[in-house]
Design a protein around this ligand. Structure first.
Ligand code: 2BA
Length: 107
């Protein structure tokens, strides 16, 4: 068994959620915040059989769009923006981690 952790843009979260459920996946959705942009996003925890991992990732990918967003431009002590900070960043589709599950129980 695997645990898929998927970080999804809030604007895509409902459609990702409903399509995962419709396809028989059990999903937990957690409200989360990206550490860089400090915008709200959604983190999904999905416990799946090994052979379901690819299908699950396919569904998440299908409904997660890429977006260009403004990054916060940090100011240096001189009042000038740091040159190394990007003004725009591409966010998404989804950021996905797949982990082995040692034990799964519903008691
Ligand atoms: P944020 O941390 O708010 O990052 C939003 C976007 O900003 C990222 O999009 C990336 O394009 C850019 N970015 C993030 N950190 C950066 C940095 N140190 N320097 C320059 N640009 C940076 P995504 O890569 O699509 O990530 C979307 C969200 O997924 C992230 O929101 C974060 O919540 C999560 N995430 C991404 N990679 C992660 C990782 N390795 N570990 C944990 N969470 C991650």
């Amino acid at each position: 068994m695997k645990l898929i952790i998927a970080i999804v843009n809030n604007d895509d979260a409902n459609i990702v959620n409903s399509n995962l459920s419709r396809n028989g996946f059990f999903v937990t959705k957690i409200a989360s915040t990206g550490g860089f942009l400090m915008n709200g996003n959604s983190t999904f925890l999905i416990g799946v059989k090994d052979e379901e991992v690819d299908t699950c990732i396919e569904i998440i990918g299908k409904y997660s769009k890429k977006r260009v967003q403004q990054a916060p431009v940090s100011m240096s002590y001189t009042g000038q923006p740091y040159a190394s900070f990007p003004a725009e960043v591409v966010v998404g589709g989804a950021t996905i981690f797949v982990m082995n599950v040692e034990k799964f129980e519903r008691v």
